[in-house]
Write a protein that binds this ligand. Structure first.
Ligand code: M7G
Length: 303
């Protein structure tokens, strides 16, 4: 299905209301990891089929291939510089001269391998949906009314055409990523788990990216939100920001807190990112600030 994006329009459950929903500091080491992760060579058997997309400015590439005869997607991304590493960078790297002209000279710098890591994500087995998600493709911006949602989007979600939520359930049931949890509120109605998004390598706060996954199991997306969810959203807003301030010393006014519509995964979750970092997907076509969503629901309640 082509991307469907709701822009500045959201109807309430009863369809009467149209809410306006407009929508370097260095962390010493990977927080919460159990010691040095084991070095693995699983990618030595990866056979490339095609490059799905390649973003030269972001230094990110999405590759489709096979791993042990299973479809796989490998995402590689060069990581930001860490101020703490600079001294070692300069003392332990070698330089190969490219050109020199007057006061200008350019080089190829060969850094020690541990300062030159590439963040790599492997999805295996990857489904057709993953290939479509990561393939560079033309997007369309459409207005999705309540009727469109009920007649097109909801049946699409219910036919399980969307991504599996197994990874979400694993987190909520503490079967995966347990050591990465930054904050948890176990309340079944207003509670959530806050943990690093897998897009963030947790090396520096500059590109901080966490997600809050809600405990209630029946909220697919922003579309399902009503006034009854205001306590849940306010709880995530307040406790999420407090937990990030405590753990990463990043204050609320340096955070971009938002929901995606459409999301890729239809179990409500909220993105917390560093305001100074241009996260993929933080544009107005897809990101809806949590504060705006709460405000819209409160206004609807007062009317
Ligand atoms: P989304 O708005 O549903 O879709 O966000 P998007 O992926 O198009 O942004 C889901 C978020 O969950 C994304 O930011 C993903 O990077 C993140 N995410 C996805 N998976 C499969 C995992 C995972 O296994 N663990 C963690 N920690 N984050 C994930």
């Amino acid at each position: 299905m082509a991307d469907i994006v709701v822009k500045r329009e959201l109807e309430s459950e009863d369809g009467e209301l149209s809410l306006k929903v407009k929508k370097r500091k260095v962390i010493s080491d990977n927080v919460g990891e159990e010691g040095e992760p084991e070095c693995q060579k699983i990618l030595s058997g990866f056979k490339t089929s095609s490059v799905l997309s390649d973003y030269t400015r972001e230094k990110r590439i999405f590759i489709h291939g096979t791993l042990a005869d299973q479809d796989a997607v490998v995402i590689m991304e060069k990581t930001p510089f860490r101020e703490d590493d600079l001294a070692e960078f300069f003392s332990n790297s070698t330089l190969k001269l490219d050109m020199k002209n007057d006061i200008y000279s350019t080089y190829k710098l060969r850094a020690p391998p541990h300062l030159n890591e590439i963040k790599t994500t492997v999805v295996c087995p990857a489904t057709k949906k993953h290939l479509n998600k990561y393939k560079r493709q033309e997007s369309f911006l459409v207005e999705e009314t309540k009727t469109d949602y009920e007649s097109i989007t909801l049946p699409f979600i219910e036919k399980q055409n969307t991504f599996s939520l197994q990874w979400v359930y694993n987190i909520l049931q503490k079967k995966a990523e347990v050591e990465r949890i930054v904050y948890e509120d176990p309340d079944p109605d207003t509670g959530f788990m806050l943990l690093p998004d897998f897009k963030w390598d947790q090396k520096q706060v500059d590109d901080l990216y966490l997600i809050a996954i809600v405990h209630p199991m029946n909220i697919k997306s922003l579309r399902d939100l009503t006034a009854e969810h205001i306590p849940l959203l306010k709880n995530i807003w307040q406790k999420g920001q407090a937990a990030i301030l405590e753990r990463y010393s990043l204050p609320a006014n340096k955070l971009r807190v938002y929901l995606h519509y459409q999301p890729s995964y239809y179990h409500l979750h909220i993105h917390f990112t560093n305001l100074g970092y241009d996260t993929p997907g933080c544009g107005v076509d897809r990101a809806h600030l949590l504060s705006d969503v709460i405000q819209a629901l409160v206004s609807a309640l007062l009317q």
